[in-house]
Ligand binder design. Structure first.
Ligand code: MN
Length: 232
């Protein structure tokens, strides 16, 4: 028997294709503006000097297939379809080769966003937490090992809402590659097995409504699905 005062947070686990053991998620890092066309639609420019980040708590992760109420505190909840990658070994101040070797698996993910609260943050030069660190806003499909996925490049990334195409690009459109992200991020964090990085979204982000079914895919990976029901 433990002597916790209440049950501690359960570890969020992701299935890995072809692997009996599951991947326990530790931290979630998210890359901002990693596709030129999305940076432009947000009224900004790509930062070519270095990638930059925000985070989501692992407590806010949900599995693909989740059915969740439209979240409180927004009238402009947006979909962002993203490639996520999973770190499989400790890596700090990584070389290019070490960075690539630390990427254990890839998966489809949704970075759901209160766009109005994110805009408040931009307008007032405040953090984006209410916009980005939303309960249930990090939606993850099961992972595919990097060796099985192959090189990131021409795979199509896309998102549909109620079957209608909203986002589409190829992974080669990313400004910063997964390896480059690990190289950079590992200068600031001792990355560990269990850490996940969401690599940014292509153009075509937009609002979703209660009742919408959001489905995203990337060639070679399991799709990610989210259904929104009426607000609580
Ligand atoms: Mn995003």
């Amino acid at each position: 028997m433990s002597d916790y005062l209440f049950p501690p947070l359960e570890v969020f686990l992701l299935a890995v294709a072809g692997e009996a053991a599951e991947f326990p998620v530790r931290r979630i890092f998210c890359v901002g503006r990693n596709y030129v066309a999305h940076a432009q639609e947000m009224g900004g420019e790509v930062d070519r000097e270095a990638p930059w980040y925000f985070t989501k708590q692992a407590a806010h992760a949900v599995h693909s297939g989740a059915v969740l109420p439209y979240p409180p505190g927004t009238e402009n909840y947006h979909h962002e379809m993203e490639l996520a990658f999973a770190i499989g070994a400790p890596v700090f101040r990584a070389s290019a080769a070490e960075a690539q070797a630390a990427i254990y698996a890839y998966g489809c993910a949704l970075d759901m966003t209160r766009r109005d609260r994110q805009q408040d943050g931009k307008d007032n030069r405040r953090p984006w937490s209410l916009g980005k660190d939303v309960e249930g806003s990090a939606v993850f499909a099961g992972l595919t090992k990097a060796a099985d996925f192959g090189a990131v490049g021409g795979q199509r990334i896309h998102l549909q809402v109620n079957g209608e195409a909203r986002q589409g690009a190829v992974l080669a459109d990313m400004v910063w590659s997964c390896g480059e992200i690990v190289e950079h991020l590992s200068r600031y964090y001792h990355l560990q097995a269990g850490d996940i990085v969401m690599t940014g979204t292509p153009a075509g982000v937009g609002a979703v409504l209660a009742g919408d079914v959001i489905e995203g895919g990337i060639d070679g990976l399991a799709p990610v699905l989210l259904t929104l029901t009426d607000a609580e």
